[in-house]
Design a protein around this ligand. Structure first.
Ligand code: CTP
Ligand code: MG
Length: 224
């Protein structure tokens, strides 16, 4: 089943602390974003990559874009949600659309295929893993309560949708000025069900500097 993917890459990488977009930092000698793009460029089921960028990085991405056959460049917004919304304007208005963070380079093609199939069937599906740690609610550095983790999942990307469902959810959020931290939360507001596809713990998002060490280790393990 064919799909399109929106890859938000228009952030500034504040928590990484490099002073520039973290996706341009090197991982094993290549910019992080290229690791992510390669997965989709190589997937024969991916028909279009909508890469959402910041104008600060335009020259870098214009050069990158010319090396990939599927990339369409779009400018992002001040929040990730607005970046994805802008990405929707460059999509074909049909079929299955994925949203996948540029900062998650370790997504496996098998997980993508499972998400696409689940979205085909249910309209919406997200990658996630069960929470491993004990989770506590804390206020002013004091424990309020220990949360039952048996029903808690840590959510990742990709998140996959029927195009019209995602577009409607985004338009509604825009109208209601609702800002969510992922696409599924916007779809949940429409009361459409969202299925969970169990993904991998190594589908990490590179967020803070120590994530780069984990990333090197994941790459090394995969090359064995
Ligand atoms: N992103 C985006 N537009 C924004 C903010 C984020 O396209 N206005 C993208 C990032 O480039 C990243 C993904 O959304 O690929 C997930 O966001 P995050 O990991 O938070 O990246 P940054 O926002 O760049 O990092 P930080 O929050 O630490 O500044
Ligand atoms: Mg951010």
């Amino acid at each position: 089943m064919n799909y399109q993917v929106i890859i938000p890459a228009a952030g500034s990488g504040k928590r990484m602390g490099a002073g520039y977009n973290k996706l341009l930092m090197n991982l094993a000698g290549r910019p992080i974003i290229l690791h992510t793009l390669d997965v989709f460029e190589k997937d024969p089921n991916c028909s279009r990559i909508i890469l959402v960028i910041h104008s600060n990085d335009e020259s870098f991405f214009t050069e990158i874009g010319s090396r990939y056959t599927k990339i369409h460049l779009v400018f992002g917004g001040s929040e990730r949600q607005y970046s994805v919304y802008n990405g929707l304007t460059a999509a074909k208005e049909e079929g299955i659309i994925l949203v996948h963070d540029g900062a998650r380079p370790f997504i496996r093609p098998e997980t993508i295929a499972r998400l696409v199939a689940a979205a085909e069937e249910n309209g919406a599906a997200i990658a996630a893993v069960p929470v491993k740690d004990t989770i506590k609610k804390v206020k002013n550095f004091e424990v309020v309560e220990t949360v039952d983790r048996s029903s808690l999942w840590q959510v990742q990307t990709p998140q996959a949708f029927h195009f019209s469902l995602l577009k409607n959810a985004h338009e509604r959020a825009q109208k209601e000025k609702y800002l969510g931290t992922d696409e599924a939360s916007l779809v949940e507001k429409t009361r459409h069900s969202v299925k969970v596809v169990e993904a991998d713990y190594d589908n990490i998002k590179l967020t803070t500097p120590e994530d780069l060490y984990f990333a090197e280790a994941i790459l090394k393990k995969r090359q064995q």
